[in-house]
Design a protein around this ligand. Sequence first.
Ligand SMILES: Cc1ncc(COP(=O)(O)O)c(C=O)c1O
Length: 389
Amino acid sequence: MKYDFTSSIDRSNTGAYKYDMMPEPLRGSGIVPMTIADMEFSAPPEVNEAVVKAARHGCYGYTGPQGEYLDAVKHWQKTRHGWDIEDDWYVVTNGIVQALGIAVRAFTRPGDSVILQSPVYTPFYGAIKDNGRIIVENPLIENNGRYEMDFDDLEAKCADPSVKLMLLCSPHNPVGRVWTKDELARVAEITGRNGVLVISDEIHNDLILPGNTHTVFAKTAGSRCIVCTAVSKTFNLAGLSCSNILIPDKELRERFSERAHMDGCGCVPYIARFATIAAYTECAGWLDELLQVVNGNFEYLYAFVNERLPRLSVTRAEGTYLAWIDMRGLGMDHEALSGFLVEKARIADNDGAMFGKAGEGFRRWNLAMPRSVLEDALTRLEKAINELD
Ligand SMILES: Cc1ncc(COP(=O)(O)O)c(C=O)c1O
């Protein structure tokens, strides 16, 4: 490997949410939390160099996405996803959660309904409910540990005239599905026929595990959709607060842009400009290595659970670095399970219930970390489970 994915980075006193939000008994214990979706790895060295160079320049003024930045975004979409985007298709926001809220406010009115596919990334619920819109769930179906869309239910929900929008998570956090072209085509057909606009959150679009292919929603749906992308998950740059919302349709783009401006968007954070250019033009090799490391961690987890933790099972991830682990076999309600994991196994992870009711009894583990850390967590979990008996 050319890059370092084995060293541990001390993130104490950096304000890292993941560490600040550690359950009290684990704070300062040296335990690595497996919660929030950022990585325990450094960003690519090429990005770090570009950031240092930009800092040396030292003039942190208002900065836009023109020129090299836009060329880099276009280059990445073309080379990594086979998607040709045009010069004026983008709107910059300071994160994708922000973009979801903007889209809800731009394309629906208070009291309208918005579809999400539960269990799903928690802020999807907030983007709808906190804006005074109604959440309509199109729950995913769990089929022997694999999650699938319920198209009959989607059809029925889209037929309700109060439903105006759907928030699609593609690839899906937390269940790790990379939706196939056929699945996305069915979503496009059903929503398109019913006049429901799709906001496709593709923040995990580059984190695709071997054997799977990500399909940009716009490639099946045509121009009547909004595609949310960012360097943040791919290169561990979430703290730079920058995302590219790609909107082929002029009228939709104008409506989204207008709302985004009302919400104060428009600038690319100065450092994010240089980080994005470096990431999208120089760091494909780093990403390929990262994916091998993450895939290796998933394989290690599957084997460990199969061989040594028979009461647990893990959903086979197709994308993201998030593992979805079924701990219902331990026979605890989710509060008891949370207590057990923190106090006995000394593990800080995410309670599946935070992604929706169907997540009760499940846990989400972030595997973007050195193998040694995962080994340590699994060994502690095994010991705590054995002590239950
Ligand atoms: C599906 C999904 N969307 C959005 C985000 C966060 O995006 P941002 O930090 O750009 O607001 C995450 C972070 O975990 C995510 O998993």
